[in-house]
Design a binder for this molecule. Structure first.
Ligand SMILES: Nc1ncnc2c1ncn2[C@@H]1O[C@H](COP(=O)(O)OP(=O)(O)OP(=O)(O)O)[C@@H](O)[C@H]1O
Ligand SMILES: [Mg+2]
Length: 129
């Protein structure tokens, strides 16, 4: 059996709200509209990008690096922020009426696996589908 072809791509984004839409369009171009993981990958990536903007130095005139490793059936995405956050990424206990605290819960429920690791002065949050 031959191993499936694995490809890699990366994108450097300015730490601005419009980066999220830009990254979604980029991901669609990289994976192709027909990729079976495109919708889930775009959803999870958007949550990680929003967190990077909201909680880390990336959103204070910083930047975000997105790395995608993919095959015809799988996707792994890493979102690397600029760090200096007051918190660490965690699955929050969101009550029924809470309007926040759901992003990483969604990622954890959709992804096959996810996690975080320190990367340079920032942090990588990753997931695999
Ligand atoms: N990149 C990050 N760096 C530091 N802390 C983070 C990062 N991402 C998330 N967190 C922390 O983890 C918590 C949970 O994140 P999550 O995305 O699940 O919820 P939220 O951002 O509070 O709300 P929602 O995503 O529903 O709008 C955040 O409140 C924040 O404290
Ligand atoms: Mg969030």
């Amino acid at each position: 059996m031959t191993a499936p072809t694995t490809r890699f791509d990366a994108l450097l984004l300015p730490g601005m709200d419009r980066a999220v839409g830009h990254a979604r369009r980029w991901l669609r171009d990289v994976l192709g509209r027909e990729h079976p993981c495109l919708d889930d990958a775009a959803l999870c990536m958007s949550e990680l990008l929003t967190n990077a903007l909201r909680y880390t130095e990336s959103g204070r005139a910083g930047q975000i690096r997105v790395e995608v490793t993919y095959s015809a059936r799988t996707v792994r995405i890493e979102v690397i922020d600029d760090g200096r956050a007051a918190t660490t990424p965690h699955v929050a206990e969101a009550g029924e009426l809470d309007v926040t605290g759901r992003g990483l819960r969604i990622v954890a429920s959709i992804a096959r696996d996810w996690g975080t690791e320190l990367r340079g002065k920032g942090r990588a949050v990753w997931f695999e589908l």
